[in-house]
Unconditional design. Structure first.
Length: 555
């Protein structure tokens, strides 16, 4: 018997508790809420950090349950769906086949209690009259989503790219403002870039008189007062009648719990997002869990799903490609690419040089605009083409593309070797900076102004020295691209054996495009990605399907 197998089949309480702690902690490190002790869950957690499963066989779920059940006071075993905070204070919680660190069991229970115990509200008087007045041009699904947002304290507006989610949010705010004057609103998103896009889109969809009184959208961390240490520095309720959280697929379980705990009892919380996109880079996949639970048993949270695409009138290939990726069908994906000239798919050996040359042409135009001092043109060029990569290292990664483009610019005489802070350099902010107002995810460009140079962003121009937390971004990861849109997207994928390849990864990448997509993928990579789904172990859906009284606390 190997050492690892002996560890998980040992009968002593110490060994059982150590195993439970190791599994639950490893699960959180992999962004799961808990360790799923089913055979597949164990195999996943038993894999190494680079995704390669070692030769030692994963233990059986029966062996684990036997070891954990005898772990004494350190492991608290509860019935599935039972309250955790009323039974004890053990650091590890075992619920059915799920093993939690206590903190995450409590967070999951709190969110499920708040969402599963919601009571339906009556439509406010005059809703239809106001809706008819402000919703001119809205489709039936958008009008229905607005109406349903007033029937629950928490609602979800879900949908794919370009389906009018932000327009619907603007309609909700206009209706709410007409029904309750004055109205206080909080707009937030997980990243600075997503918050900026939310702010821009909501204001564009509202009359100037309404948009002028809206507060600026902020990152969710800033709204809640969460510091870099991950701790909330205030427990006061938010002064907002309506709280809108965009890009909710990126919201982690702890952040959703913090949002719900800070919302006033009479406030409306509206979660907006695409449940088919990548989940949060932190623990949980709460939007997908909530939407799944609502589909199985429509109660508690109201979920409205928009399906009509409005963004792609000039490029039908993008929504066709997105639909094919979401279905997981390689045949549909091939058919979509063959039917639409705005789509392309190639292997690294079958046209990559041509793609690099095309991206370099775009980069040359960007450098010319920046050197001439045309900040608006340079910034628009940065925002019009995105090279999105699955990884940061290796062939086809962000590092590879950044080096390839800069080398091509050197070859064309546009750059000198080892020039690291050149005019025309595209920038990605990597940290929130309250002094400048720059937020993580914002994209800018270095522009010449006579003999000086400035880092120009949508919110203004800054000296390069003031932009301390920025990196060169001729290419960025698909994760960092969430919340962004480009006219054209180049998607660069690793080989088929990469554990990062999933359907959600490809879907998120292709839906950043407005007009055209080029997929650069080694043989077998697209097939591998479409065959895999992001699987986050969680008990939230199961808890939501067992509604409880509203309440709960974050003990």
């Amino acid at each position: 018997m190997t050492a690892k197998t002996a560890l998980v089949t040992g009968a002593s309480a110490g060994i059982g508790a150590a195993t439970a702690l190791a599994l639950a902690a490893k699960a959180v490190r992999l962004d799961h809420v808990c360790a799923d002790l089913s055979a597949s869950g164990i195999a996943l957690l038993w894999s190494s950090d680079d995704g390669e499963v070692p030769a030692v066989a994963a233990p059986s779920s029966e062996a684990l349950l036997g070891a954990l059940s005898g772990a004494g006071a350190l492991v608290e075993r509860v019935a599935e769906g039972a309250d955790v905070d009323r039974l004890g204070d053990a650091p590890i919680v075992l619920s059915a086949h799920r093993c939690y660190l206590r903190r995450y069991a409590l967070l999951e229970q709190f969110v499920a209690d708040r969402l599963g115990g919601l009571e339906q509200l009556k439509e406010p008087s005059g809703l239809d009259v106001v809706l008819d007045a402000v919703a001119v041009g809205a489709d039936v699904a958008q009008r229905d989503a607005v109406r349903r947002a007033f029937t629950s304290p928490v609602s979800v507006i879900a949908g794919g790219p370009g389906t009018g989610k932000t327009t619907t949010v603007a309609l909700v705010l206009r209706v709410a403002g007409a029904l309750a004057d004055p109205l206080t609103v909080a707009l937030a998103a997980p990243t600075g870039k997503a918050a900026a896009r939310l702010d821009e889109a909501v204001r564009a969809a509202m009359p100037d008189t309404d948009a002028g009184v809206l507060p600026r959208a902020r990152t969710l961390h800033r709204l809640l007062g969460v510091g870099r240490d991950g701790m909330a520095h205030s427990q006061l309720l938010l002064d907002a009648d309506v709280i809108v959280v965009d890009e909710a697929s990126m919201v982690s379980l702890p952040m959703l719990a913090a949002t719900l705990s800070r919302a006033r009892p009479d406030a409306r919380v509206i979660l907006v997002g695409d449940p088919d996109q990548l989940a949060s880079i932190e623990v949980g996949a709460v939007l997908a869990d909530v939407v799944e639970a609502a589909a199985a048993a429509p109660r508690g949270v109201v979920v409205s799903t928009l399906t009509t695409a409005h963004r792609f009138e000039d490029a039908r290939g993008v929504p066709s490609l997105a639909t094919a990726v979401r279905s997981g069908s390689v045949a549909e994906l091939d058919a979509a690419i063959a039917a639409h000239p705005d789509l392309d798919s190639l292997t690294p050996d079958g046209g990559l040089d041509a793609v690099v040359a095309r991206v370099t042409d775009h980069a040359v135009a960007q450098l010319h605009a920046a050197r001439s001092g045309d900040a608006d043109l340079a910034l628009s060029l940065v925002a019009s083409l995105g090279v999105l990569c699955a990884t940061k290292r290796g062939r086809g990664s962000t590092a590879w593309w950044n080096a390839a483009i800069e080398s091509a610019l050197v070859a064309r005489g546009m750059l000198r070797r080892r020039d690291v802070d050149y005019v025309g350099r595209p920038l990605l902010v990597t940290r929130n900076d309250p002094l400048t107002g720059l937020a993580n995810g914002m994209i800018g460009v270095v522009v010449a102004d006579g003999d000086d140079r400035f880092a120009v962003f949508e919110i203004g121009a800054f000296s390069p020295q003031a932009v301390a937390w920025a990196e060169t971004v001729w290419a960025l990861t698909i994760h960092k691209s969430q919340g962004s849109e480009y006219d054209e997207v180049v998607v660069s994928l690793p080989g088929p054996d990469s554990p990062i390849l999933t359907r959600e990864l490809v879907y998120t990448a292709v839906t950043r495009a407005r007009r055209s997509v080029t997929l650069v993928a080694p043989d077998g990579s697209l097939q591998a990605a479409l065959s895999r789904r992001v699987a986050r172990s969680s008990g939230l859906t199961a808890r939501l399907l067992r509604p409880r009284e509203a309440g709960g606390h974050l003990g």
